[in-house]
Write a protein that binds this ligand. Sequence first.
Ligand code: HEC
Ligand SMILES: [Cu+2]
Length: 311
Amino acid sequence: MLPLVLTGCAGRHNWLASAGAEAQAVEDLFWVLILGAAVIWSLVIGLAIYAHQTSAPRKEPQARRFIVWGGAALPTLVVGGLLIWGMVILRDITAKEGDLTVRVDGERWWWRVIYDGPDGPFTTANEIRLPQGQTTLFRLTADDVIHSFWVPALGGKMDMIPGRETSLTLTPLEQGNWGGICAEYCGGAHALMRFDTIVMPPDDFRTWLAAEAAPAEIAADDPGWQVFLDEGCGACHTLRGTEAQGPVGPDLTHMASRERLGAGIYAMTPENLSRWITDTDRMKPEVDMPAYPHLSGAELEALVTFLMSLE
Ligand code: HEC
Ligand SMILES: [Cu+2]
């Protein structure tokens, strides 16, 4: 069992290598719990061995004092202290006003992400970018079933519940791409419901936010755009600023600027995108998007070139 458990201690999902203030707070509590438990366990076992080896009789008042202080007062103090500490951490990671607010909606099996842009809120998907050193308040909802939002390296997880809003704050301290996952079993493709959390310098973040908020840039005579319209992709997907306004699937306005495809599971390359369109359910079993195996070679190529131009 041990090697299996220890495999969790590497890579970008490692919550013991915290890269954010909230993860650090939980990690501190974790180490105090583990080391404190080790000390208390050693003490108890030591006393048991000692009691076993000495045969000198104890006086009753002395024994009673030992039980009251060691068996009742000390545990109450320790557990009560840990409870208060834990509740302070819980308050800090769930309800702190942030420098910015991001809404995330869990869908089967991807993430709708809503930012407050320079000109009001706009929607994107499957990739969350955050400014380093600033606190973000996440307002979390779910569309269909319960999901759970978790970026292990940055902070604790939080359930996303249909019909209710939960919240979580993250203050990333280190730049990097800290993976996120759905941490509540939500159906067939649950294990393939991931996202990238990219922490960048605040200036770069603002530049990215402005670019991401802009509408899609499309040449009206792009043959791939024609395929997109003819095949009805726009019934489910939105390209902001165009007639494609489908609310069912991820927003594709700037999809090529994302690092990954299919909710954080494949690199964003033309080859993967092409297979995504023709073999959708083989790329992601149980996916809620139809496959388009009937497209001709030329149509597929035009469509992929068009999608990869959506930066
Ligand atoms: C019935 C609705 C529906 C239609 C029609 C549809 N899609 Fe999708 N699409 C989805 C859903 C839902 C997802 C999210 C799947 C997931 O990750 O679980 C998705 C995901 C995608 C993604 C990945 C997005 C990302 O952020 O990783 C791309 C690219 C895509 N679709 C392109 C297309 C194209 C091109 C067409 C037309 C040929 C199309 N879709 C037609 C529903 C649809
Ligand atoms: Cu989920």
